[in-house]
Design a binder for this molecule. Structure first.
Ligand code: FE2
Ligand code: FE2
Length: 318
């Protein structure tokens, strides 16, 4: 157990909430990463407070982190974000997903209520979150849950399926729109666990799915996998101006975590994109990459130095 008695919460809050008005976005992300690792009630409350910000990118990451921390303390604030139709779709989606990640039965009513939401991504996320909470709370899944020793310690919207280990069979489930999203996501995460070039190419088929939510999740998984075979599909996705910003943003982040020289060049060229969330994703990914490679080390509050990029946020390393 780490000792967080010396944490300077005021400093962290000032940084995350940008009290001075001139804290760079990438630095605020690093602070968020620190708070997520601290994961005390006070850290959760600071993350929740920052949800008043106006950066869609930051807000969706705040919701994501609250979900990954997994403390039901965040249920109320996350429900509020989901319920607020003024919030951007991506942020509301992430709030619903976070409720699923926390997994409390008390969140079922609010998730059910949004099964008829105006946003398709929100509807699908609520559907998934309900299935995940049901799965988590069903005792007959206990053995399967205990046996799941993924190297990715993120809390995922669905556990990898144990139905089959065949890439071909998993791909067939992945791309079949007749199946429930939960089943298709389980195939997606099983392919991530396999992680071979063949599995990556199977996953890339999912980037052509008719559901934007599904496509953005494939991009997210590619960010975790950091496999060079995903670069062409991710680049194509980022370049497609007709693609949803939620998906293009996720592709940019995934490319940022792969960070080969030609990928960095691509990100550089999208720093002026017409969509703010895409511009910010590229800028933050590049900034974090530079920071990590500049030899600067951040020893925040007695925490050991850890990789400080968006990918490590996504991986949920602790
Ligand atoms: Fe998401
Ligand atoms: Fe995202």
């Amino acid at each position: 157990m780490s000792d967080f008695s010396n944490v300077d919460y005021q400093r962290l809050e000032d940084s995350l909430c940008n009290t001075s008005g001139n804290v760079p976005l990438a630095e605020r992300f690093r602070t968020l990463f620190t708070l997520k690792n601290i994961a005390t009630d006070q850290a959760i409350d600071i993350i929740a407070k920052a949800l008043n910000d106006e950066s869609e990118l930051l807000k969706h990451e705040l919701a994501y982190c609250l979900g990954q921390i997994g403390n039901p303390r965040a249920n109320t604030v996350l429900s509020k974000v989901l319920e607020n139709l003024e919030e951007p779709e991506m942020v509301r989606h992430e709030a619903a997903e976070a409720l699923g990640a926390i997994g409390s039965l008390e969140s079922i009513p609010v998730l059910k209520k949004h099964l008829s939401d105006q946003s398709r991504s929100v509807v699908e996320t609520c559907e998934l979150a309900i299935d995940k909470i049901d799965y988590d709370n069903d005792p007959k899944n206990k053995a399967e849950k205990d046996a799941n020793n993924s190297i990715y310690n993120s809390v995922d919207p669905a556990p990898p399926t144990t139905e089959t280990k065949s890439v071909k069979e998993l791909e067939a489930i992945l791309v079949n729109p007749e199946y429930k999203l939960f089943k298709r996501y389980r195939a997606m995460f099983a392919l991530r666990e396999i992680g071979t070039t063949e599995a990556v190419l199977a996953l890339a088929k999912g980037l052509k799915d008719q559901s934007g939510l599904f496509r953005h999740e494939v991009a997210y998984v590619f960010g975790q996998l950091q496999h060079p075979a995903s670069v062409p599909a991710l680049t194509e996705c980022l370049q497609d101006k007709n693609e949803m910003d939620m998906v293009r943003h996720e592709a940019a982040e995934a490319l940022g975590s792969i960070a080969t020289p030609e990928v960095l060049e691509t990100l550089q060229s999208f720093k002026q994109d017409h969509e703010r969330v895409v511009r910010e994703s590229c800028a933050v990914a590049l900034d974090m990459y530079e920071y990590e490679n500049s030899g600067e080390l951040q020893y925040a509050n007695g925490l050991e130095n850890q990789p400080q990029n968006m990918h490590s946020l996504k991986l949920g390393q602790s």
